[in-house]
Design a protein around this ligand. Structure first.
Ligand SMILES: [Zn+2]
Length: 370
């Protein structure tokens, strides 16, 4: 899976109530149970793939906690009213007691030295100013304050250590929700102080349907393809639609069809070029993204698409229906499985900062010889 990508939050978060968040039944049950028994933990980690509704759900929880007349009549499905002053403020993104914390807030830090740094991660200055110090203040208008921290897996170890006491003993009126696509990157001490809530990938059919609603002019076949390529992440699928990733997939699929030892090198160069174009787009969206992080996300997208192409042959061989059947070529099940292993190895090497062109070159030769 490509690494965490903050651009996803902007394309999918809409103001919703708990009941509106779909296909996250486990998270729904956990939160409803805690609300019903009046024992909502004060620190949560919502973890799972990007773009599947973690931030949307965190907003819905905040909305319930801050709602002036929550609907509590249905014991099993308590929810915000959606219409009171507080709910309206949250819908408008203006509630003073809902604190959204993200790396780019460094640009609003009172210290000019912090403002001038590139916000590659959530450093101790940002966490101190926007979380730890703010937690100590009384709520402005509501009964509680809610902090939602995006990309919490990018909180530096130093900042996590500074945050431990707050996570352990937050004031009665404070709730913290950390959002993480890779919770394992958080310190064990951070994780142990929070209630973990896992979020799953969304069903492909659901992503495809939503995609058609959200992206104007998208046809069924492309929506279905992007839903598969996004691996059940609506946020990622929307970005793919905006970036024309279906065309990239088409080009990569063509390379794989005709791949042999003679063409491997040319194809690997082209893949590195495609990744560079797409990394440039990611960096345009997020000016604080480092070159290497942008390239990792972009290459991750392409390798993911390659694995999906080979995975399609596994599906075909197992007799299961799949939306990419039209792309089926002469690859047997064993070859497909070995190719997917080789792609996973390359993904791992890239995550360990391997030299990208060499790594992709090696992969293409390996795929050609499978
Ligand atoms: Zn309300």
């Amino acid at each position: 899976m490509p690494s965490s990508n903050s651009a996803l939050s902007d394309v999918t978060v809409k103001c919703v109530c708990l009941r509106d968040v779909q296909h996250q039944a486990r998270a729904q049950r956990l939160i409803q149970h805690a609300v019903s028994s009046d024992r909502l933990p004060h620190a949560y980690i919502f973890h799972g793939p990007d773009g599947v509704g973690k931030e949307m759900f965190a907003h819905a929880v905040a909305k319930l906690l801050l709602c002036e007349s929550p609907n509590l009549s249905d014991e099993a499905n308590k929810d915000s009213c959606g219409t009171c002053q507080s709910c309206v403020l949250i819908n408008a993104g203006n509630h003073p007691d809902l604190h959204l914390v993200y790396r780019q807030l460094a640009a609003n830090h009172p210290d000019s030295a912090v403002r001038s740094r590139k916000a590659l991660d959530l450093g101790v200055d940002v966490i101190r100013h926007f979380v730890i110090d703010a937690v100590g203040l009384r709520p402005t208008v509501g009964p509680v304050k809610v902090f939602v921290i995006r990309e919490a897996d990018k909180i530096t170890p130093q900042a996590q250590n500074a945050l431990l006491k707050t996570l352990e003993e937050p004031p009665e009126t404070t709730f913290l929700i950390l959002l993480a696509s890779a919770a394992e990157r958080l310190l064990a001490t951070t994780r142990s102080r929070c209630q973990m809530v896992g979020f799953a990938s969304l069903p492909v059919e659901f992503v495809a349907r939503k995609l058609i609603e959200l992206v104007e002019g998208l046809d069924d076949t492309t929506a279905q393809l992007l839903a598969v390529l996004s691996q059940g992440s609506l946020g990622r699928a929307v970005l793919y639609a905006q970036d024309g990733f279906a065309d990239v997939f088409g080009e990569v699929a063509q390379m794989l069809v005709g791949l042999d030892q003679n063409s491997a090198s040319t194809h690997s160069k082209r893949i590195v070029d495609i990744a560079k174009e797409s990394a440039d787009r990611y960096k345009k969206r997020d000016k604080n993204l480092s070159d290497s992080a942008a390239r990792r996300v972009a290459l991750g997208d392409i390798l993911g698409a390659m694995a999906t192409w080979y995975g399609n042959h596994l599906h075909a061989a197992s007799g299961r229906s799949n939306p990419l059947a039209a792309l089926k070529q002469g690859v047997n099940q064993e070859m497909a499985a070995r190719s997917i292993d080789a792609i996973s190895d390359a993904e791992f090497r890239l995550s360990q900062n391997a030299h990208a062109p060499l790594c992709i070159d090696g992969l293409m030769f390996e795929l050609a010889s499978v």
